[in-house]
Design a protein around this ligand. Sequence first.
Ligand code: ASP
Length: 439
Amino acid sequence: MKKVVKFGGSSLASAEQFRKVGEIIRSDEGRRYVVPSAPGKRFAKDTKVTDMLYQCYRLAEEGADFDRALAAIQARYQEIIDGLELDLSLDGEFAVIKEQFAAQAGRDYAASRGEYLNGIVMANYLGYEFVDAAEVIVFDSEGNFLEEKTNAIMSARLADAERAVVPGFYGACEDGSIKTFSRGGSDVTGSVVARAVHADIYENWTDVSGFLIADPRIIENPKAIRTITYKELRELAYMGASVLHEDAIFPVHKEGIPINIRNTNCPEDEGTMIVRKTCRKPEFTITGIAGKKGFVAINIEKDMMNSEIGFGRKVLSAFEENGISFEHLPSGIDTLTVFVHRDEFVEKEQKVLSLIQQYTNPDSIEIDNDLALIAVVGRAMKEKRGTAARVFAALAHNNINVKMIDQGSSELNIIIGVREYDFENAVRAIYDIFVTSEL
Ligand code: ASP
């Protein structure tokens, strides 16, 4: 068995957490490749080391004194090193970091040091080889991740390493400058390492016992999902369900490697398995619910729209030319609605509207603001009749007006648009009808 294990920041926030991680790794011979995040929060009001690094670097950029801020970061690592009684000094590393900050080596360089240093500590603690991610994860000069090139370099490098620690979150551009993935990107590193070593499984250790059916900020104690397919997860992640970085699915998906989300604080829990295909039936009709606020709908109406070939293309080109991606596109005979993210749309609103006017000469354009979208996702929905009916009955019973319905052609999801103020109630109503009532 060859396993890649990634540990999130809260799993590595203190020496005590490191010890739990050490036990987990040592309890299974197969856990040969370890991807650590930077130390996260030790308690709710604590600051993640990554954020401390960003703040510290900002001082350096402003030409202000950053010695104290950097010393506070070193203290976080020293606390871990002392707690683990390691024979390790990071003084030399911090001297280099100080120089690089003063020379303004870049925000990405700054942020990446959190993982880099934690990787050194982890490798020392476990007695594993340290492989700097800058050697094995490659970006082009525009900062785009080069997946295939990375895979080739990483596979070759790790073939020589029986057991290794590869820090998460960053890599390097071809000119050697450090580049990070977006926030939470250590998940992506873990997935890339799993693909490169042809792992049997990619274990992603965090502080929850798996992926939850619904957002715990809305539903009290939601049930965890036992098995979910990549596709279902992608639908949910896209709609805001967070546990795993959105891009972490792709590298392992290519190889069909399952991801297992596990809880460092409850290692006996099975967590969630994310797989390509499964014959396991979901416990409930739906696998999960996720949603987001902050959408705007642009409703375009024109008599005889149905016979005007190219109408949709013209409307969409008004968005495309302004670099706005659309989310959903429900249509009627003489109406077409475009759902977009408010944040992306708001600045360019007037330009888009005037282009739509110019290209299509519609009878009317209306804007509907403050909308939320909810995705009800489940591979079992396809086989079951009446799922949509149950969703809408539940919403109707809770006096929630549905603004939009969109069932993807895969029948994997039903997307519902509601007013933002109805959002939480809508999620609760859907959870109740499918989960609470199916228990
Ligand atoms: N430490 C980085 C962050 O806070 C990356 C990660 O944890 O995955 O976003």
